[in-house]
Design a protein around this ligand. Sequence first.
Ligand SMILES: Cc1cc2nc3c(=O)[nH]c(=O)nc-3n(C[C@H](O)[C@H](O)[C@H](O)COP(=O)(O)OP(=O)(O)OC[C@H]3O[C@@H](n4cnc5c(N)ncnc54)[C@H](O)[C@@H]3O)c2cc1C
Length: 323
Amino acid sequence: MPNILVLIRLSTHDTVDAHATALLAGAARLGTPIAVLVTDGPLGDGTIAALGRAGAAEVRHYISPEVDSALLTPMVDALATAAADTAPVAVLTENTIDGREVAGRLAVRLDAGMIVDVVDLRAAEGRAVATTSVLGGSYTVESAVEGGPLIATVRQGSLEGPVTVTEPEVRSEALPVSAVPSAAVEGVSETPVASNRPELRTAARVVSGGRGLQSRERFALVEQLADALGAAVGASRAAVDAGYVPQSAQVGQTGVTVSPQLYVALGISGAIQHRTGMQTAKTIVAINKDPDAPIFDIADFGVVGDVFTVVPQLIEKIEADRR
Ligand SMILES: Cc1cc2nc3c(=O)[nH]c(=O)nc-3n(C[C@H](O)[C@H](O)[C@H](O)COP(=O)(O)OP(=O)(O)OC[C@H]3O[C@@H](n4cnc5c(N)ncnc54)[C@H](O)[C@@H]3O)c2cc1C
């Protein structure tokens, strides 16, 4: 089986989160998943066991005192070192700002092809074939790299799959101080987040509101449904432009791309620029008073009705079921 390298970033308290598990599941479709990690000290038994539960057949662990100071360079060094040793068919990172930067720099070093924002992966004739969603989501394209590994950044929330629990073989080694010049982190300050809601980009459930919500005050209905479902709050650009919510909540071509298990669109028409940011959601529910709204073309469940009538009933039902 070909080797597949997966860059794992541990979450707070050294846990292996759902996104790391999804990357390893994607790797398992292509070959043998090898987790690559960089830390500044030894790996705990709990972390190794968690990587095994997530399906890592092998763990390549690199120790670097620079991991928190040399901006991403240790990750690129670690993947390049592991690649020299394992001749992988593919290297997977998350499609985050960091993941894309690591992948880009690695692709230059390995002189390899790179595909970003991959939503699916499959193996074909010993190669890794990546699916991307293009032209506002109107087409899906399958691509593969000729003559070298595929470096792919994988959209969060897009992959899942059966996990084979393993007891991974672990190789730990010190990573030499990089010969490559690197930007250095000089200080870190925490910005307090005022919300307990999940982060939009990675949330399993998203409730978004559009111009149909009519005002900033009435947009609170979107937040109430989000809280009832334990979801993140998103919005269309029209809702952002009208000042109902900050730009950070915008879903779509010029906003955030999400791929949750559940996406609820309230008072959103479903313009192509919005759809491009959410149409890979597993289940889409739309509530709109216009039966011809294009959002219904991609919705799994649609309610033709006024959000101010339907949503309060929905919240009441969810809360009653919970009691
Ligand atoms: C270059 C470019 C980039 C763009 N990027 C983005 C992007 O990233 N994200 C994005 O979202 N848009 C983006 N847009 C804008 C996009 O084209 C649409 O204008 C926008 O998505 C429309 O937002 P909307 O659906 O909230 O508003 P509208 O299109 O005005 O739709 C409002 C909907 O609410 C319904 N409605 C009204 N009242 C109610 C009610 N009481 N109950 C139920 N339904 C009701 C209406 O029937 C209608 O369907 C971009 C446009 C351009 C040109």
